[in-house]
Design a binder for this molecule. Structure first.
Ligand SMILES: C[S@@+](CC[C@H](N)C(=O)[O-])C[C@H]1O[C@@H](n2cnc3c(N)ncnc32)[C@H](O)[C@@H]1O
Length: 561
């Protein structure tokens, strides 16, 4: 054996001892190297052993069933409704979201501003629920397999500035996060925030599980909006109220500083009284004699800053303690004795969603007002306030398109309608009042049949909820639900589609599948001419031909064809 082959084999052995290469792979490669026809060939074989062990997510991908037919949206005119031409028209697509997403690409590629999904992840065992969803158990492989192609399609729908949110429980979060990393790109990860599911719960031998997670991704960097500062605790006023706003007195000037500093532990003389950090002169004397902890009482401000604070109305005395005022619009600039004006807003945090409003308990209360039997009808809806806040956080477009392809009870739709409404200010539009938002939602929900929804969730829950809150009455015209007693219907229009299929090879009544689809596609009437069809396709299929020829050119090309 040549020297080179020896060296290559030795290098492979080194890689095995460095745990870079699996021993079995090294053995096979060495065998091939020994039998290689030339040193060159041996070197190419050795190259195969330089691959490092892969890290990342591995799961058995199961493919979607392939069918021979073409899937398309057939409008359900009986369930669809229009209340007001001036208001947006939303969409509910009934059927498997895999086919729904494929069809949505025709019109919405790169156009969706916010995607929120709450996939089913609750069950790991075989069951009716699992079978209706994936024809199989929801094992983790199945959850990931089911999500993977759907996330790929959804990513194509997302706009350049869009954000993709996913709710997920603690058990699956790590895996689903890895899947999102793979599809959306790890560098496009925005955050993972806990969300309260419930406040209390039964006693447990281990730990109460009271939260799930929201993970968020974008395609490009996103600037989040800000929250209005909660100002209800700012109740006091002084002579500076105009510039500084109201103030509260909740912060003492002294504190148990993490790192004791003698220069900040000085006696503070105000008027005829002397104040000490912590309030006790004796303790202060002890500290001055060196009896202080690593962390001990000190003032937050230097002497010069306190002098400035006194002159500028920042200091309040209460008993033996000294306080600083916290103004709504202004504070002392850090490190210098100057005023700093601050915006009356604050950033969202990853703890923004742990307040009780965001809990499932709150969501149940909402659904209870729309359906008398909500508790059994639909388990675990999300609260509208959660989706509203997520949309507001990342997207200030008044005409944003919001997609939820695991629509469930229709919370995302409800949230979009409410967000549109909440922006409107009553009054004359000329008088500075704001009109309602124009956001539209697209919801996909398969018609999963459960014990309590014999006609399927989409018919028994999703479409009914939307009909009730948008028009103010049920499909049978009755108004027998709590919500309408205290709320004004949102109005607007809803196009409901079913996913239908046409064989890709059959002629029915002498028509090609394309004729059949033309007649039904997205509510279009049958195209009268080929040009009409081309124009429709060009107008609606993004990334296809952008220019429609003029009549003369088109006639010329057709006649030459
Ligand atoms: C956890 S729920 C969503 C709940 C929703 N966020 C709400 O607040 O009501 C998930 C929903 O996705 C639906 N679903 C599951 N697999 C689906 C699929 N392949 N296509 C469309 N919907 C699906 C289920 O029927 C279920 O209603």
């Amino acid at each position: 054996m040549s020297n080179i082959k020896d060296e290559l084999c030795a290098e492979l052995d080194r890689r095995v001892s460095d745990k870079i290469l699996e021993p079995t792979n090294a053995e096979l490669l060495k065998k091939l190297i020994v039998n290689a026809d030339s040193d060159n060939e041996a070197m190419m074989i050795a190259e195969l052993g330089t691959t490092y062990k892969r890290t990342g997510l591995h799961f058995d991908k199961r493919l979607e069933r392939m069918t021979d037919d073409i899937r398309y949206f057939r409008k359900n005119n009986e369930l669809s409704f229009h209340t007001d031409d001036k208001k947006p028209t939303h969409k509910l697509i009934i059927g498997d979201n895999y086919e729904a997403l494929q069809n949505l690409l025709i019109q919405y590629k790169g156009k969706i501003d916010v995607i929120y999904i709450d996939p089913p992840y609750g069950k790991d065992s075989m069951g009716e629920f699992a079978q209706t969803n994936y024809q199989n158990a929801i094992t983790r492989d199945n959850l990931l397999s089911m999500l993977y192609p759907r996330l790929m399609l959804a990513k194509m729908l997302l706009s350049e500035s869009g954000v993709f949110f996913c709710s997920i429980d603690d058990k699956n979060q790590a895996y689903v996060k890895c899947l999102f990393d793979e599809v959306m790109g790890e560098n496009n990860f925005l955050f993972c925030a806990p969300r309260i599911t419930k406040k209390g719960g039964k006693t447990t031998p281990t730990i109460q599980k009271n939260s799930d997670y929201i993970i968020a991704y974008s395609i490009n960097p996103v600037v989040f909006s800000k929250l209005d500062k909660e100002l209800s605790s700012y109740t006091l006023e002084d002579e500076y109220v105009k510039e500084r706003g109201k103030y509260k007195v909740s912060q003492t000037l002294d504190y148990g500083g993490l790192s004791y500093s003698k220069s900040l532990d000085y006696p503070l003389v105000i008027g005829s009284k002397t104040y000490y950090p912590g309030g006790s002169k004796k303790d202060w004397e002890d500290r001055q004699n060196g009896n202080h902890g690593k962390s001990d009482w000190i003032w937050r401000w230097k002497e010069s800053a306190v002098k400035w604070g006194l002159e500028n109305g920042f200091i309040v005395l209460k008993g033996d303690r000294v306080y600083t005022k916290t103004y709504a619009n202004c504070r002392k600039k850090s490190g210098v004795n100057e005023l700093e004006y601050i915006e009356a807003e604050k950033s969202y945090t990853t703890l923004s969603y742990i307040e009780n409003d965001y809990s499932n308990d709150n969501a149940k209360k909402e659904l209870d007002k729309i359906f008398a039997d909500a508790d059994t009808l639909f388990k675990n809806p999300k609260p509208t306030v959660l989706i509203k806040e997520l949309i507001k956080m990342v997207c200030d477009k008044q005409d944003a398109i919001i997609l939820d392809f695991f629509g469930g009870s229709g919370t995302t739709a409800h949230a979009v309608l409410d967000l549109n409404r909440s922006e409107a200010k009553d009054g004359d539009l000329l008088d500075g009042a704001k009109p309602e938002g124009n956001r539209t939602f697209i919801l996909c929900q398969m018609n999963e049949i459960t014990d309590t929804t014999p006609n399927g969730i989409a018919y028994d829950v999703t479409s009914k909820r939307l009909k009730r809150i948008m028009t103010g009455s049920c499909y049978d015209g009755s108004k027998d639900f709590e919500w309408i007693k205290k709320n004004k219907p949102y109005g607007g229009n809803l196009d409901i589609y079913e996913i239908d299929s046409v064989a890709n090879f059959e002629f029915s009544d002498g028509k090609t599948p394309f004729d059949v689809i033309d007649e039904t596609l997205y509510g279009c009437e049958k195209f009268k001419t080929l040009q009409e069809k081309i124009e429709w396709v060009c107008g609606n299929f993004s990334n296809t031909q952008k220019i429609v020829e003029n009549e003369a050119d088109w006639q010329k090309r057709i006649s030459e064809a």
